[in-house]
Design a binder for this molecule. Sequence first.
Ligand code: G6P
Ligand code: MN
Length: 447
Amino acid sequence: MRLTVLGGGGFRLPLVYGALLGDHAEGRITRVVLYDTDAGRLAAIARVLADQAAGVPDAPEVTATTDLDEALRGADFVFSAIRVGGLAGRAADERIALAEGVLGQETVGAGGVAYGLRTVPVAEEIARRVARVAPGAWVINFTNPAGLVTEAMARHLGGRVIGICDSPVGLGRRVARALGADPDTAFYDYAGLNHLGWLRGVRVAGRDELPRLLADPGLLGSFEEGRLFGADWLRALGAIPNEYLHYYYFNRETVRAYREAERTRGAFLREQQDRFYAEMERPGTPALAAWDRTRAEREATYMAHNREAAGAGEREAADLESGGYEQVALALMRAIAHDRRTTLVLNVRNGGTLSVLDADAVVEVPCLVDANGAHPVSVSPLADHAAGLVCAVKAVEREVLAAAESGSRDRAVAAFALHPLVDSVTVARRLVEAYTAAHPGLAYLRR
Ligand code: G6P
Ligand code: MN
């Protein structure tokens, strides 16, 4: 089996390769092709992978290329994990929004809209190329904003593209642990859009254990989301929101924390990664050790401003050792390749799952995966407050898709203005001006 990784010079790739190294089963991935537009980053990550593979006799062979068609040809699976505009682009997304007093975050609010506008045209071009060069391949999309980007790619690839995110898995695991249940056998009644979903039930041996958790402030205080949102708010909601809903429910506090922060997340990561890739250019650097140190620092500071705003303290040790992201990807590939039925929370086309959205809308819900792909299973309907947010944000995503297709600035203004976290059309207009001035990747917004 051959896996092609688009964005193969990306920092988190060694997590995926580490998971592949642990897979010795028949039909596993034996060949990994890394594709990136930046040869220097490819070389750096290839060094880390070589360290990881040392002493593993059946380690998947790794090659690298900057030619997209060459990378795609013969692929069974394609991971798409690109970052259009790089971390400098992410930092600009944050800075420009915050200067207008609204949230600038990679996937949420004005920052997410800007990143989506930049990424959708590139993702669609990749999807067209996959459809032409590797029509039988399964595309697993990690590229953020993951739900929107998956929907853009699905216009060309249909059900052959599946979006993944580790935050619902992480939430499920933390909740199961708090309940003393086995995270792998519980069923999670989770639904929404990517980074905009709610856990409404946790069935363990046929019984919903979530009410027990919601009734116990001590248990609620024992895991990340409980501390971020507070026991009272979770009880009022009757569900556990994805951690990214912190930006909605505590918008003032998070915007303030971001504005007051010395550096935004994007700026911090930019510096951190620049240092790492520069280090990798020095021949003597122990690649894996440098990577792991950098990774640990990234994990420890994840959502630090939110935790600070909420007084939620440090992350739990168990949440620091990653495992979510790459394990979901591996589980998904295995289920497809071996027709081994598995239930995973994924980003796929809605069909009839959430009645408030149309069939083509990409949603994040539990899916049954087998050799035919990922099929949403039925979940409880969204509560009115959740349906409201989901419909509003899906309408924003559709404006982004329309802007990308037409090059229309009006559609781009609408995307920002209709976002629940952008509070004025005037602000939306200024955002479009500022973002198009800052990002060459938005030059297509001409009309
Ligand atoms: C979580 C999110 C991802 C995000 C990742 C890294 O896992 O679900 O979408 O890419 O965190 O976030 P960071 O702020 O470190 O880039
Ligand atoms: Mn995510």
